[in-house]
Design a protein around this ligand. Structure first.
Ligand code: PMP
Length: 475
């Protein structure tokens, strides 16, 4: 008898009241994870999946790494908790040094928190307090981008354009001093007659117009993900875009906040994704999360440029923001151990080489398939957008649930991928994300492609039948 397995709907066989955990689903209980090792996750019903989304681009060195376990255990024998607003620990200092020592982009300080959302809120607070301290308190506005996701806390959600996640809160808990410009979404945004450079210039022009409309001396920061992840499906920027953005921000004294919670920590083939955007590109503040702790501990960080730190120091002796668990010693130990594994095994470079392999493999297996509209990404961070019609790029109607069918079918076959917000977000367009561990073996990469293309074949046939049935129902 086939086991009932669904990643999307969870387990409906269990009495809901049997769990006192408030799960996100209010109508079912999710499957229980029993263990995870290397690139595989095993559920309590025995089902095992190859982890090609690593949660959401989190387990960058896979699960159960012995060196990370040893580092956490060793730290436990020294100190787990101390009040890190008042005190510091050797392990927090070592982690900050590890990430920032000799940083060629002017980044000089790290503020460690427990999640990507906290990192984003911290970055917004740093930006605001910076302007207060340097005597420009009129800078209150933020400019962000469509199809962006920066987190679920109030500040982070306010600069996100994730329609579904904002919906219940938009009239009550969302900041109103935020406006949006277009995402770098070439598949649907670049005009046919436009070169990459033209497209880039048009996007920068739009940002300039937005700064003018808001009033450039009242804007605090422009916020962007170098590779747009969860809501956008791995959209990269056209050549020259970030150079243009940097120049505009410099011209008007606006801070550039880059969110590398999902695309950073090496995933694109360089430690920071922005490092591939050309000379002169650097952030004033940059956030990391997910991969920073590799899933071994809750971890996020804001890295600040020296000009932000100097500005703050010119007006105050105190950054007015803290969390009980900031720079937690166990999280710092885990993150430091992850950085060492990355370096020891050359894993950032592997993201680049394996990324090129993955790009070719995705394109040669499903690239020409009927419902595959666009395959895009960088390093080990890929998005696949599905469309009803490749010629017109017409998206599927939500009722067909293309993304969810893909996630279910891959999961059933033993592969875990990430459902992009797609149609669930109220923005048209289905997509899934693939973000494997950097150290997945060559055989595991082959297996990912095999399972993905087989699952796609099944979903293609199902959807074809559904479309035919739909047409005959229309008559
Ligand atoms: N920024 C980006 C780009 C993200 O993808 C996410 C999470 N998906 C966040 C911020 C928020 O991180 P967290 O869920 O750890 O709060």
């Amino acid at each position: 008898e086939e086991k009932k397995i669904s990643s999307v709907n969870g387990n409906f066989d269990i009495d809901l009241d049997a769990s006192h955990v408030l799960h996100n689903s209010l109508v079912s209980i999710p499957l229980t994870v029993a263990s995870a090792s290397g690139s595989y996750v095993t559920f309590s019903n025995g089902h095992r999946v190859l982890d090609a989304c690593t949660g959401a681009a989190v387990a960058i060195i896979g699960h159960g790494d012995p060196d990370v376990q040893a580092a956490i255990q060793e730290q436990m024998t020294k100190v787990c908790y101390t009040h890190t607003v008042a005190f510091t620990t050797p392990v927090a200092e070592a982690l900050a040094n590890d990430i920032l020592e000799g940083n060629p982009h002017g980044l000089c300080r790290a503020f460690f928190v427990s999640s990507g959302s906290e990192a984003m809120d911290t970055a917004l607070k740093l930006a605001r307090q910076f302007y207060v301290e340097i005597g420009q308190p009129q800078r209150r506005s933020l400019v962000a981008r469509q199809r962006a996701y920066h987190g679920n806390t109030v500040g982070a959600l306010s600069v996100s354009s994730h329609v579904a996640r904002r919906a219940p809160f938009k009239d009550a808990l969302i900041l109103t001093n935020v406006s949006y410009v277009s995402a770098t979404y070439a598949y649907r945004g670049q005009l046919e007659e436009e070169t990459e450079e033209d497209y880039s210039a048009r996007l920068v022009k739009e940002l300039n117009e937005e700064f003018q409309a808001v009033g450039p001396t009242t804007v605090m920061a422009f916020v962007a993900e170098p590779v747009g992840g969860a809501t956008a499906g791995c959209i990269t920027a056209p050549r020259g875009y970030y150079q243009g953005v940097r120049q505009l921000c410099d011209k008007y004294g606006i801070l550039l906040i880059l969110d590398e919670v999902m695309c950073g920590s090496g995933r694109t083939g360089t430690y920071f994704a922005f490092e591939q955007e050309g000379p002169g590109v650097y952030p004033d503040l940059i956030t990391l999360g997910k991969g920073l702790g590799g899933g071994y501990a809750p971890m996020g960080a804001v890295l600040a440029h020296k000009k932000v730190i100097r500005g703050l120091q010119s007006g105050t002796s105190y950054f007015v923001h803290s969390h009980t668990y900031q720079a937690h010693a166990l999280s710092c130990a885990a993150a430091l151990a992850v950085q060492k594994v990355l370096r020891r095994d050359g894993l950032v470079a592997r993201c680049a080489t394996k990324g090129r392999w993955l790009e070719k493999a995705l394109n040669s297996t499903i690239g020409e398939c009927k419902y595959v509209g666009n395959i895009r990404g960088k390093g080990l961070f890929w998005g696949i957008e599905f469309v009803k019609d490749r010629a017109t790029k017409e998206p599927f109607e939500p009722a067909l649930r293309f993304t969810w069918r893909m996630v279910d079918e891959t999961f059933r076959r033993g592969l875990s991928i990430y459902p992009g917000a797609g149609t669930a977000d109220g923005i048209r367009g289905d997509h899934v994300l693939i973000a494997p561990p950097y150290n997945a073996s060559d055989e595991e990469f082959e297996e990912m492609i095999r399972l993905l293309s087989e699952a796609y074949g099944t979903v293609e046939r199902e959807v074809e039948l559904a479309l035919v049935a739909g047409k005959s129902n229309d008559r």
